[in-house]
Design a protein around this ligand. Sequence first.
Ligand code: AMP
Ligand code: ZN
Length: 138
Amino acid sequence: MSDCIFCKIIAGDIPSATIYENDEFKAILDRFPSNEGHVLIMPKEHCANIFEIDPEKAGRLFTLAAKIARAMKDVLGFENMNVLQNNGPVAGQTVNHFHLHLIPRYENDKVNVSWPQMDLTDEQIESVRAKLAQKMVF
Ligand code: AMP
Ligand code: ZN
């Protein structure tokens, strides 16, 4: 994708702080991190989001994420981490190339990951559950 900033990073046309790469994936430091050691893991082949990525590849990416998270923890000494992945502008995705955020969390840091919580009835929960469950035919 010629206009994709992460494709340009992967191609080497834009510099990045790479911490790991293999044939399929690249892991870099976020250029505008929310905390020290904020890492992004992305597939080298362009795909936009969770709805487009090959599910098996997504599984391999998450396996890699679990390994990278442990290595980061050892080096940086944090105990807590958020793993985030945004899909689409309404969900906060600003770079339209699939990526997983690994965000170390430190005591009293300024990172804010939160959402409102709805107080639904059991019937409302069941209505959504039934709709979704009948589509889970994998
Ligand atoms: P998202 O909002 O989930 O799409 O995340 C995109 C992330 O890419 C943000 O956290 C940005 O700080 C980060 N970012 C944008 N440009 C660059 C760049 N050139 N190198 C590394 N990270 C970047
Ligand atoms: Zn791309």
